[in-house]
Design a protein around this ligand. Sequence first.
Ligand code: NAD
Length: 366
Amino acid sequence: MIEVSELKNQLHTNMFENLSEHNHEQILVCNDNQTGLKALIAIHNTVLGPGLGGTRMWKYNNESEAVRDVLRLSRGMTYKASISGLNLGGAKAVIIGDARTQKNEALMRRFGRFVNNLAGKYITAEDVGTTTQDMEYVNMETDHVVGLPESRGGGGDPSPVTAYGVYVGIKASAKHKWGSDSLAGKKVAVMGVGKVGMHLLEDLHKDGAKCYVSDMNEAALKEAAERFGAVVVSGDDIYDTDAEIFAPCALGGILNNDTIDRLKCEIVAGAANNQLEDEDIHGDMLVNKGILYAPDFLINAGGLINVYSEYTGYHRENAIRDTERIYDTLTKIYNLAESEGIHTQAAATHLAEKRITDIMHVQSTI
Ligand code: NAD
């Protein structure tokens, strides 16, 4: 378990260096001895609106890992919101600890009070290690929370909408690459059949795609095979699968020096956050291999669009309609990347940054 004194030392040593590297606005260190809460809330950019981002509860190996994660994830949220046309900024929270053994009502409510102290500059939601039930506890202490259960007027689990956005993004990628967005007969390798991956399989299967799946969860693999006729691939072999499309729906950092050479696909389009281990090196490597890469923060924005819709008065149909815009935005990014001679992640980042700069200008006018 990380001691708060160590965390403070670490932050004191590198705090401004950490924040200024990507121009983060603020980081809040939250501690409560009674509940054992140790959390960080990072606010990256609030030009477009309040920073919205989920709360991750994770057993980090050391405090710098937690700091790095919250800074990296909050920045990703800024880009995701901006490119999706939402009036939201980027932020994220991490609670340091084991979600299975250390999470309880008091801890989540104490965290909710810290969120409340930020007076709406940060809006939280569920993420890895937290659930809609946890957001109900947070909601007992603050209104600045989304991702509530449907029974409480919320949007419930955002994963089906995220998966739908990925499906729409895969179709846009197919259209750009092959001139048709039909996936009938296309082979798709899906890495990770958890909440998003399983819903994605459903959409792909309906469209007549042939799916290959990997996961360490045997029950999920069995379900994928039984419900959607998916072919199970063992472990890492998913990278070598002879499929036109590779959809990473598990971990980040999986597109790297070791894996890119193994890929046989023509398109990489999946839900996982931060897929490129190094954005520039591996973004360019994919271009050089002739692989079209769907920028992760754009193609997986359906979940954010869904919770944003909750913030403004939830209607599932609106969330779905707004998620469908991923198709056109992705097409625009592919065209921009080609005309500028840059990789697609860079094109998406430029477009997201441009919207922030443009709106900052609007806000500075009378
Ligand atoms: P999940 O935990 O439900 O599913 C992830 C699955 O990946 C699990 O079944 C896990 O066993 C499997 N897995 C882990 N390591 C693997 C490996 N090496 N090879 C194959 N399978 C592996 O998570 P999720 O909600 O489905 O999210 C999947 C990814 O999409 C994550 O990166 C998440 O950050 C991202 N994402 C999710 C949402 C959402 O709405 N849930 C939104 C945006 C982005």
